[in-house]
Design a protein around this ligand. Sequence first.
Ligand code: BMA
Length: 328
Amino acid sequence: MTKIIGSSIPNMPWQERTAKDIGPVWRYQSNPVISRHEMAAANSIFNSAVVPFGKRFAGVFRCDSRAVTMDIFAGFSEDGIHWEISSQPIVFQGEAEVTAKEYRYDPRVLFIEDRYYITWCNGYHGPTIGIGYTFDFQTFTQLENAFLPYNRNGVLFPQKIDGRYAMLSRPSDTGHTAFGDIFYSTSPDLTFWGRHRFVMGAVPGNASPWQSTKVGPGPVPVATDEGWLLIYHGVLQTCNGFVYRMGCALLDWEEPWKVKLRSQNYILGPEEYYECVGDVPNVTFPCAVLADADSGRMCIYYGCADTVTGIAFTTVDELIEHMRNNSL
Ligand code: BMA
Protein backbone atom coordinates (compact mmCIF):
# COMPACT_ATOMS: atom_id res chain seq x y z
CA MET A 1 0.00 0.00 0.00
CA THR A 2 1.29 3.42 -0.99
CA LYS A 3 0.33 6.42 1.15
CA ILE A 4 -0.56 9.84 -0.18
CA ILE A 5 1.14 12.56 1.87
CA GLY A 6 -1.26 15.48 2.11
CA SER A 7 -4.60 16.61 3.42
CA SER A 8 -7.82 14.68 3.62
CA ILE A 9 -10.53 15.76 1.17
CA PRO A 10 -13.60 13.85 2.40
CA ASN A 11 -16.01 15.73 0.09
CA MET A 12 -14.09 15.29 -3.16
CA PRO A 13 -15.96 13.75 -6.10
CA TRP A 14 -15.93 9.95 -6.14
CA GLN A 15 -17.64 7.09 -7.90
CA GLU A 16 -16.78 3.38 -7.68
CA ARG A 17 -15.72 1.64 -10.89
CA THR A 18 -18.30 -0.45 -12.71
CA ALA A 19 -17.85 -3.82 -14.43
CA LYS A 20 -17.18 -2.12 -17.77
CA ASP A 21 -14.28 -0.06 -16.36
CA ILE A 22 -11.32 -2.25 -17.19
CA GLY A 23 -8.46 0.29 -17.00
CA PRO A 24 -6.67 1.74 -13.98
CA VAL A 25 -8.65 5.00 -14.39
CA TRP A 26 -12.42 5.16 -14.81
CA ARG A 27 -14.64 8.02 -15.94
CA TYR A 28 -17.40 9.78 -14.00
CA GLN A 29 -20.62 8.42 -15.43
CA SER A 30 -22.17 11.88 -15.89
CA ASN A 31 -19.22 13.37 -17.78
CA PRO A 32 -18.61 16.00 -18.94
CA VAL A 33 -18.93 17.97 -15.70
CA ILE A 34 -18.41 21.35 -17.39
CA SER A 35 -20.09 21.94 -20.72
CA ARG A 36 -18.72 24.27 -23.37
CA HIS A 37 -21.22 27.05 -22.63
CA GLU A 38 -21.25 26.75 -18.80
CA MET A 39 -19.92 30.31 -18.80
CA ALA A 40 -22.21 32.21 -21.16
CA ALA A 41 -19.58 33.89 -23.35
CA ALA A 42 -17.42 30.79 -23.78
CA ASN A 43 -16.85 28.72 -26.89
CA SER A 44 -15.27 25.95 -24.81
CA ILE A 45 -14.10 25.24 -21.23
CA PHE A 46 -11.35 22.65 -20.85
CA ASN A 47 -7.77 22.03 -19.63
CA SER A 48 -8.69 23.55 -16.26
CA ALA A 49 -7.40 23.17 -12.70
CA VAL A 50 -9.02 22.86 -9.27
CA VAL A 51 -7.86 22.82 -5.66
CA PRO A 52 -9.50 22.34 -2.22
CA PHE A 53 -10.39 25.77 -0.83
CA GLY A 54 -11.54 25.63 2.78
CA LYS A 55 -14.53 23.27 2.82
CA ARG A 56 -15.20 24.06 -0.86
CA PHE A 57 -13.21 23.92 -4.07
CA ALA A 58 -11.76 26.72 -6.18
CA GLY A 59 -10.59 26.50 -9.74
CA VAL A 60 -8.94 28.31 -12.60
CA PHE A 61 -10.61 27.56 -15.91
CA ARG A 62 -9.46 27.88 -19.48
CA CYS A 63 -12.40 29.44 -21.27
CA ASP A 64 -11.88 30.18 -24.94
CA SER A 65 -14.12 32.98 -26.21
CA ARG A 66 -16.29 32.91 -29.30
CA ALA A 67 -13.50 34.77 -31.05
CA VAL A 68 -11.50 31.71 -29.89
CA THR A 69 -9.15 33.80 -27.78
CA MET A 70 -7.70 31.99 -24.75
CA ASP A 71 -7.93 33.27 -21.17
CA ILE A 72 -8.24 32.01 -17.59
CA PHE A 73 -11.20 32.53 -15.24
CA ALA A 74 -11.71 31.79 -11.53
CA GLY A 75 -14.55 29.63 -10.24
CA PHE A 76 -15.93 28.01 -7.08
CA SER A 77 -17.74 24.79 -6.27
CA GLU A 78 -19.28 23.12 -3.23
CA ASP A 79 -18.80 19.58 -4.53
CA GLY A 80 -16.06 19.74 -7.19
CA ILE A 81 -18.63 18.88 -9.87
CA HIS A 82 -20.96 21.88 -10.22
CA TRP A 83 -19.02 25.08 -10.85
CA GLU A 84 -19.78 28.80 -10.78
CA ILE A 85 -17.30 30.33 -13.19
CA SER A 86 -16.74 34.10 -13.29
CA SER A 87 -17.78 35.80 -16.50
CA GLN A 88 -14.69 38.05 -16.28
CA PRO A 89 -11.14 36.81 -16.82
CA ILE A 90 -8.62 36.95 -13.98
CA VAL A 91 -7.01 40.39 -13.64
CA PHE A 92 -3.45 40.29 -12.30
CA GLN A 93 -1.71 43.06 -10.36
CA GLY A 94 1.98 43.33 -11.14
CA GLU A 95 4.52 44.88 -13.42
CA ALA A 96 2.85 46.14 -16.61
CA GLU A 97 5.44 44.55 -18.92
CA VAL A 98 4.56 41.16 -17.45
CA THR A 99 0.82 41.51 -16.94
CA ALA A 100 0.22 42.84 -20.49
CA LYS A 101 -1.96 40.12 -21.91
CA GLU A 102 -1.42 38.26 -25.18
CA TYR A 103 -3.11 34.98 -24.25
CA ARG A 104 -3.31 32.62 -21.29
CA TYR A 105 -4.18 28.94 -21.28
CA ASP A 106 -3.87 25.53 -19.61
CA PRO A 107 -3.69 26.67 -15.94
CA ARG A 108 -2.47 24.60 -12.99
CA VAL A 109 -3.23 25.61 -9.40
CA LEU A 110 -1.85 24.53 -6.02
CA PHE A 111 -1.25 25.61 -2.45
CA ILE A 112 2.33 26.22 -1.22
CA GLU A 113 3.06 27.44 2.31
CA ASP A 114 0.53 30.27 2.70
CA ARG A 115 -1.10 30.93 -0.66
CA TYR A 116 -2.43 29.48 -3.89
CA TYR A 117 -0.16 29.65 -6.91
CA ILE A 118 -1.29 29.50 -10.51
CA THR A 119 0.90 28.63 -13.45
CA TRP A 120 -0.25 28.75 -17.05
CA CYS A 121 0.96 28.99 -20.61
CA ASN A 122 1.44 32.74 -21.03
CA GLY A 123 1.83 34.58 -24.32
CA TYR A 124 4.93 36.78 -24.18
CA HIS A 125 6.31 36.96 -27.72
CA GLY A 126 5.54 33.27 -27.87
CA PRO A 127 4.34 30.83 -25.24
CA THR A 128 6.13 30.71 -21.89
CA ILE A 129 5.22 29.93 -18.27
CA GLY A 130 3.28 32.57 -16.31
CA ILE A 131 3.19 32.44 -12.50
CA GLY A 132 0.79 34.25 -10.18
CA TYR A 133 -0.64 33.87 -6.73
CA THR A 134 -3.82 34.56 -4.80
CA PHE A 135 -5.06 34.12 -1.25
CA ASP A 136 -8.77 34.22 -2.04
CA PHE A 137 -9.32 33.70 -5.81
CA GLN A 138 -10.64 37.30 -5.92
CA THR A 139 -7.43 39.31 -6.27
CA PHE A 140 -4.38 38.00 -8.05
CA THR A 141 -0.72 39.03 -8.35
CA GLN A 142 1.47 38.04 -11.26
CA LEU A 143 5.19 37.30 -10.92
CA GLU A 144 7.85 37.21 -13.63
CA ASN A 145 7.51 34.67 -16.41
CA ALA A 146 9.53 31.63 -15.35
CA PHE A 147 11.37 31.01 -18.60
CA LEU A 148 12.25 32.49 -21.95
CA PRO A 149 9.81 31.53 -24.69
CA TYR A 150 9.07 28.90 -25.83
CA ASN A 151 7.75 26.68 -23.11
CA ARG A 152 4.46 25.09 -22.08
CA ASN A 153 3.05 23.05 -19.20
CA GLY A 154 4.78 24.67 -16.21
CA VAL A 155 3.82 22.57 -13.18
CA LEU A 156 5.01 23.51 -9.68
CA PHE A 157 5.69 20.97 -6.94
CA PRO A 158 3.53 21.52 -3.83
CA GLN A 159 6.50 22.05 -1.54
CA LYS A 160 10.10 23.22 -1.73
CA ILE A 161 12.60 20.49 -2.61
CA ASP A 162 16.06 20.80 -1.12
CA GLY A 163 15.13 24.34 -0.03
CA ARG A 164 14.02 25.56 -3.47
CA TYR A 165 10.77 25.91 -5.39
CA ALA A 166 10.64 23.28 -8.10
CA MET A 167 8.88 23.14 -11.47
CA LEU A 168 8.41 20.71 -14.33
CA SER A 169 7.98 22.14 -17.81
CA ARG A 170 8.11 21.26 -21.48
CA PRO A 171 10.23 23.45 -23.77
CA SER A 172 8.43 23.89 -27.09
CA ASP A 173 8.18 26.03 -30.21
CA THR A 174 5.70 28.68 -31.38
CA GLY A 175 3.32 26.24 -33.03
CA HIS A 176 1.72 22.88 -32.33
CA THR A 177 5.09 21.52 -31.31
CA ALA A 178 5.99 18.16 -32.85
CA PHE A 179 8.41 17.31 -30.03
CA GLY A 180 8.42 17.62 -26.26
CA ASP A 181 10.34 16.34 -23.25
CA ILE A 182 9.86 17.07 -19.54
CA PHE A 183 12.48 19.08 -17.62
CA TYR A 184 12.91 19.98 -13.94
CA SER A 185 14.03 23.45 -12.78
CA THR A 186 14.41 25.05 -9.37
CA SER A 187 14.28 28.58 -7.99
CA PRO A 188 15.15 30.20 -4.65
CA ASP A 189 12.46 32.89 -5.07
CA LEU A 190 10.03 31.94 -7.91
CA THR A 191 11.76 34.54 -10.11
CA PHE A 192 15.13 33.09 -11.09
CA TRP A 193 14.98 29.54 -12.42
CA GLY A 194 17.91 27.26 -13.14
CA ARG A 195 19.70 23.99 -12.40
CA HIS A 196 17.68 22.45 -15.24
CA ARG A 197 17.53 18.65 -15.30
CA PHE A 198 16.11 16.30 -17.92
CA VAL A 199 13.30 14.16 -16.47
CA MET A 200 11.90 12.11 -19.33
CA GLY A 201 11.19 12.36 -23.04
CA ALA A 202 9.00 11.02 -25.79
CA VAL A 203 9.59 7.29 -26.25
CA PRO A 204 11.44 6.48 -29.48
CA GLY A 205 10.84 3.40 -31.57
CA ASN A 206 8.06 0.95 -30.96
CA ALA A 207 8.20 0.59 -27.16
CA SER A 208 5.15 2.75 -26.38
CA PRO A 209 3.86 4.60 -29.46
CA TRP A 210 1.06 6.49 -27.65
CA GLN A 211 3.82 8.66 -26.15
CA SER A 212 6.23 8.67 -29.11
CA THR A 213 5.77 12.27 -30.34
CA LYS A 214 5.87 14.32 -27.12
CA VAL A 215 5.15 14.20 -23.40
CA GLY A 216 4.31 16.98 -20.94
CA PRO A 217 3.56 17.22 -17.23
CA GLY A 218 -0.12 17.30 -16.33
CA PRO A 219 -1.44 17.89 -12.79
CA VAL A 220 0.68 19.03 -9.86
CA PRO A 221 2.67 15.94 -8.70
CA VAL A 222 1.11 14.03 -5.81
CA ALA A 223 3.35 13.46 -2.77
CA THR A 224 3.46 9.78 -1.71
CA ASP A 225 5.67 7.76 0.61
CA GLU A 226 7.25 6.16 -2.49
CA GLY A 227 8.02 9.40 -4.34
CA TRP A 228 6.21 11.96 -6.51
CA LEU A 229 3.34 10.52 -8.51
CA LEU A 230 3.10 12.41 -11.81
CA ILE A 231 0.25 12.14 -14.28
CA TYR A 232 1.35 13.36 -17.70
CA HIS A 233 0.10 13.60 -21.27
CA GLY A 234 1.65 11.66 -24.11
CA VAL A 235 1.05 12.26 -27.79
CA LEU A 236 1.00 10.08 -30.91
CA GLN A 237 1.09 11.61 -34.36
CA THR A 238 -1.38 9.82 -36.63
CA CYS A 239 -2.62 10.35 -40.17
CA ASN A 240 -5.49 12.33 -38.61
CA GLY A 241 -3.31 14.51 -36.36
CA PHE A 242 -2.18 14.32 -32.74
CA VAL A 243 -3.87 12.00 -30.21
CA TYR A 244 -3.45 12.96 -26.53
CA ARG A 245 -3.55 10.24 -23.87
CA MET A 246 -2.54 10.10 -20.18
CA GLY A 247 0.19 8.16 -18.46
CA CYS A 248 1.84 8.22 -15.05
CA ALA A 249 5.31 8.11 -13.59
CA LEU A 250 6.86 7.83 -10.15
CA LEU A 251 9.66 10.37 -9.56
CA ASP A 252 12.33 10.19 -6.88
CA TRP A 253 11.37 12.14 -3.73
CA GLU A 254 14.63 14.06 -3.30
CA GLU A 255 15.84 14.15 -6.89
CA PRO A 256 12.59 14.29 -8.89
CA TRP A 257 14.35 14.27 -12.26
CA LYS A 258 15.08 10.59 -11.59
CA VAL A 259 12.23 8.41 -12.91
CA LYS A 260 11.60 5.28 -10.82
CA LEU A 261 8.58 3.90 -12.71
CA ARG A 262 6.82 4.94 -15.90
CA SER A 263 3.73 3.54 -17.56
CA GLN A 264 4.21 1.71 -20.84
CA ASN A 265 0.44 1.39 -21.32
CA TYR A 266 -1.63 4.59 -21.15
CA ILE A 267 -4.00 5.04 -18.20
CA LEU A 268 -6.76 6.86 -20.12
CA GLY A 269 -7.23 8.00 -23.70
CA PRO A 270 -9.93 9.35 -26.01
CA GLU A 271 -12.71 6.75 -26.30
CA GLU A 272 -15.95 8.41 -25.29
CA TYR A 273 -17.82 10.63 -27.74
CA TYR A 274 -17.00 13.88 -25.86
CA GLU A 275 -13.28 12.99 -25.90
CA CYS A 276 -13.23 12.15 -29.61
CA VAL A 277 -15.53 14.84 -31.02
CA GLY A 278 -15.11 18.56 -30.38
CA ASP A 279 -12.99 21.48 -31.52
CA VAL A 280 -9.86 19.31 -31.48
CA PRO A 281 -10.78 15.62 -31.73
CA ASN A 282 -9.09 12.86 -29.72
CA VAL A 283 -7.65 14.85 -26.82
CA THR A 284 -7.67 13.88 -23.12
CA PHE A 285 -5.52 16.48 -21.38
CA PRO A 286 -5.12 16.29 -17.54
CA CYS A 287 -4.46 19.54 -15.63
CA ALA A 288 -5.45 18.77 -12.02
CA VAL A 289 -5.90 15.98 -9.52
CA LEU A 290 -7.55 15.93 -6.10
CA ALA A 291 -5.82 13.31 -3.93
CA ASP A 292 -7.28 12.27 -0.58
CA ALA A 293 -4.59 11.24 1.91
CA ASP A 294 -7.08 9.23 4.03
CA SER A 295 -8.45 6.93 1.34
CA GLY A 296 -5.81 7.09 -1.41
CA ARG A 297 -8.55 8.12 -3.85
CA MET A 298 -7.76 10.44 -6.73
CA CYS A 299 -10.01 12.52 -8.98
CA ILE A 300 -8.41 13.71 -12.23
CA TYR A 301 -9.73 16.81 -14.07
CA TYR A 302 -9.05 16.72 -17.78
CA GLY A 303 -9.92 18.61 -20.94
CA CYS A 304 -11.89 16.60 -23.50
CA ALA A 305 -11.40 17.31 -27.21
CA ASP A 306 -10.35 20.91 -26.32
CA THR A 307 -14.06 21.60 -25.72
CA VAL A 308 -15.43 20.40 -22.34
CA THR A 309 -14.09 19.25 -18.95
CA GLY A 310 -14.38 15.73 -17.56
CA ILE A 311 -13.33 13.97 -14.39
CA ALA A 312 -12.05 10.44 -13.86
CA PHE A 313 -11.15 8.38 -10.82
CA THR A 314 -8.36 6.13 -9.66
CA THR A 315 -6.39 5.38 -6.51
CA VAL A 316 -2.71 5.72 -5.75
CA ASP A 317 -2.44 1.91 -5.48
CA GLU A 318 -4.09 1.39 -8.90
CA LEU A 319 -1.53 3.66 -10.55
CA ILE A 320 1.47 2.16 -8.77
CA GLU A 321 0.30 -1.35 -9.64
CA HIS A 322 -0.30 -0.30 -13.26
CA MET A 323 3.29 0.93 -13.48
CA ARG A 324 4.74 -2.11 -11.72
CA ASN A 325 2.91 -4.40 -14.18
CA ASN A 326 4.13 -2.56 -17.27
CA SER A 327 6.90 -0.06 -16.66
CA LEU A 328 9.20 1.30 -19.34
C1 BMA B 1 -1.55 21.55 -26.89
C2 BMA B 1 -2.15 22.66 -26.06
C3 BMA B 1 -3.36 22.15 -25.31
C4 BMA B 1 -4.30 21.40 -26.21
C5 BMA B 1 -3.56 20.39 -27.05
C6 BMA B 1 -4.44 19.68 -28.05
O1 BMA B 1 -0.46 22.01 -27.64
O2 BMA B 1 -2.54 23.72 -26.91
O3 BMA B 1 -4.04 23.25 -24.78
O4 BMA B 1 -5.27 20.71 -25.44
O5 BMA B 1 -2.52 21.02 -27.74
O6 BMA B 1 -4.99 20.59 -28.97
